[in-house]
Design a protein around this ligand. Structure first.
Ligand code: CA
Ligand code: CA
Length: 360
């Protein structure tokens, strides 16, 4: 369906010079494994992975969180205090286990690991396969990144941010991503985007996070769900990884905590986390965009991944907007617009774009 993808053979001639952090790649990760994402082509090189197939957390990659004091209380669900505790973290049966336990009528313990000071990186493609904990037990699962300079106040995310790829704090078939910037005090700002996540409350699902200096995309089970393209919200500094569960915010579903017996509530399973870097293609050619009167269609041929094609009239009004997955055979039919001169803006997954004039 997405026929914009052709391999650039020349890429073999242009080695990127990227250095693999070999020690941070799990030997259990299949060596040729690629992102589960049909939007991506080109060469991707593993930079970090953990398959969680052993018997304990690999502490060369992860810090196991232990909260020195209660994290933010959630009075609306009856949680006065909650803590990340190492005993709520394990590796078992091929998964990282993050357990949620009810310690008293108002106290919750959760599991969390992060890679601060062990693995920080800027840009790449991040993929996790997760079975979330039960959102009806007053807990949410999160995959997020955090920047050491997140609290620096400059009005942007460029110097670091909390990037929540998802938090499963709702019982509907949706979740939200959030970019938090400029600390958590009076200068704090956030950009929140809700997106649909069919089936999120049962079984494993794959989240992808594609991060460049031009955009940050979030994918759910291989489908593009969220895009940040405003430069203000683009992080351009190293971030570390975080996998956690925690007491939830007190909206729908969360009320069930108070009715639970003490002890085990639920657990999150993380099958794997993998991070790739793009291997530089070294050279790309200009896309070929043309209108064919016979078929009344606009054609776009490119050796780069096309994110979308927008068509504008000569006054600059947008008249059509196509994501690449809507395109068939590199072709957009234009029966519905009158004869005139138009401009097609082709935006690539790497954030670059080109503009092409055509006459219908
Ligand atoms: Ca900032
Ligand atoms: Ca696994």
């Amino acid at each position: 369906m997405t026929n914009f993808r052709n391999t650039i053979l020349l890429s073999l001639l242009f080695c990127s010079g990227l250095i693999n952090s070999q020690g941070l790649i799990d030997p259990q990760t299949p060596s040729a494994i690629k992102p589960m994402n049909e939007y991506l082509t080109g060469d991707w090189v593993l930079d970090f992975s953990d398959e969680f197939n052993g018997f304990m957390v690999d502490t060369s990659k992860w810090n196991i969180d232990e909260s020195p004091k209660s994290r933010t209380s959630r009075p609306s669900i009856g949680v006065d205090s909650w803590f990340w505790r190492p005993q709520n973290v394990a590796v078992k049966d091929g998964n990282l286990l993050l357990k949620v336990t009810k310690e008293s009528s108002s106290k919750m313990h959760c599991g969390s690991v992060n890679s601060n000071q062990k693995y920080l990186t800027t840009y790449g493609y991040f993929e996790v396969r997760i079975e979330i904990g039960d959102a009806n037990k007053g807990t949410h699962t999160a995959f997020w990144l955090q920047g050491p300079n997140m609290s620096n106040v400059d009005g942007t995310a460029n110097d670091g941010a909390e990037i929540d790829v998802f938090e499963s704090a709702w019982t509907g078939e949706y979740t939200k991503s959030v970019v938090h910037i400029d600390g958590y005090g009076s200068d704090h700002k956030a950009s929140t985007k809700q997106y649909s996540t069919p089936g999120i409350h049962s079984g494993f699902h794959v989240w992808g996070f594609y991060w460049t200096d031009k955009f940050m995309n979030i994918y759910y089970d291989g489908v593009l769900k969220v895009q940040y393209t405003d430069d203000k919200w683009i992080v351009k500094s190293p971030e570390y990884l975080w996998l956690s569960n925690g007491a939830s915010f007190g909206v729908e579903g969360d009320q069930f905590f108070v009715n639970q017996p003490l002890g085990y509530l639920t657990e999150t399973h993380v099958d794997y986390i993998r991070v790739w870097k793009p291997k530089s293609l070294g050279i790309t050619s200009t896309p070929k965009v043309y209108f064919e009167k016979r078929s009344n269609s606009l054609y776009c041929q490119s050796d780069k991944n096309v994110l979308k094609v927008e068509v504008f009239d000569i006054l600059g009004h947008k008249i059509s907007d196509f994501l690449n997955r809507h395109l068939e055979h590199n072709q957009i039919e234009f029966n519905h617009i009158p004869q005139n001169t138009y401009f097609a803006k082709v935006t690539f997954l790497d954030g670059s774009f080109t503009t092409h004039k055509f006459i219908k």
